[in-house]
Design a protein around this ligand. Structure first.
Ligand SMILES: [Fe+2]
Ligand SMILES: [Fe+2]
Length: 202
């Protein structure tokens, strides 16, 4: 499946590369399948940014970089968590959780991204956070509903994303936690913070 490119042009305010140059760098980090996922996330992120008034350029950049660390060597990720003084609790979890915060570090180091909002969108794309900016919500939701995703509930999530982004964040957070509980998987505490803010009612 090849997704039509969004072709956003970059001002270089956020990153010192053209989109084509960034695409080449991202492609080298991952399988073809994951690269297509990344392009799908970009497509949806740009649409959501357009609809809700976030920066289209920032959405494109954050989407293209969000899974940059996902296929990195585990030992390298482990060492980065320690050398960058990240939350050491992370070590109790796996790369599924690590690649967000580690991705933000690599985005800064290797891709020279300085914009904190883009870095936060990468950092928080898997477990969310209690305080997500519009851009962070866009990436969190786009990652969940991109056209390559196919799971029960994805159509509901797509519908919500079109009508109310915060409701889509809430839906995704609730579904993800339900899934983890059903599978008796560990839950990273930050995902519970996201749940408490975006889903739980008093
Ligand atoms: Fe991811
Ligand atoms: Fe992703």
């Amino acid at each position: 499946m090849m997704i039509k490119s969004t072709n956003v042009s970059y001002s270089k305010d956020y990153i010192p590369f053209t989109r084509a140059e960034l695409l080449d760098k991202v492609r080298l980090q991952m399988s073809q399948e994951r690269f297509e996922h990344v392009l799908g996330v970009e497509k949806v992120a740009v649409e959501l940014a357009q609809q809700y008034g976030a920066s289209i350029e920032a959405a494109s950049i954050a989407a293209l970089i969000h899974d940059y660390a996902k296929e990195r060597d585990l030992q390298e990720m482990h060492d980065l968590i320690i050398s960058a003084n990240l939350d050491l609790d992370l070590l109790q979890y796996g790369s599924e959780i690590w690649h967000g915060p580690v991705g933000a570090i690599l985005a800064k180091k290797e891709l020279r991204v300085k914009d904190e909002e883009i870095l936060n969108a990468i950092r928080h794309h898997t477990v969310g956070s209690s305080n997500m900016s519009l851009l962070e919500q866009v990436i969190y939701v786009a990652d969940y509903i991109e056209p390559g995703r196919d799971f029960p509930g994805v159509d509901e999530a797509r519908k919500l994303a079109k009508s109310d982004l915060a409701k889509a964040v809430s839906f995704e957070t609730a579904r993800t936690l339900q899934y983890l509980i059903l599978k008796q998987r560990k839950i990273y505490p930050k995902a519970i913070e996201t749940y408490n803010t975006w889903v739980a009612k008093n």
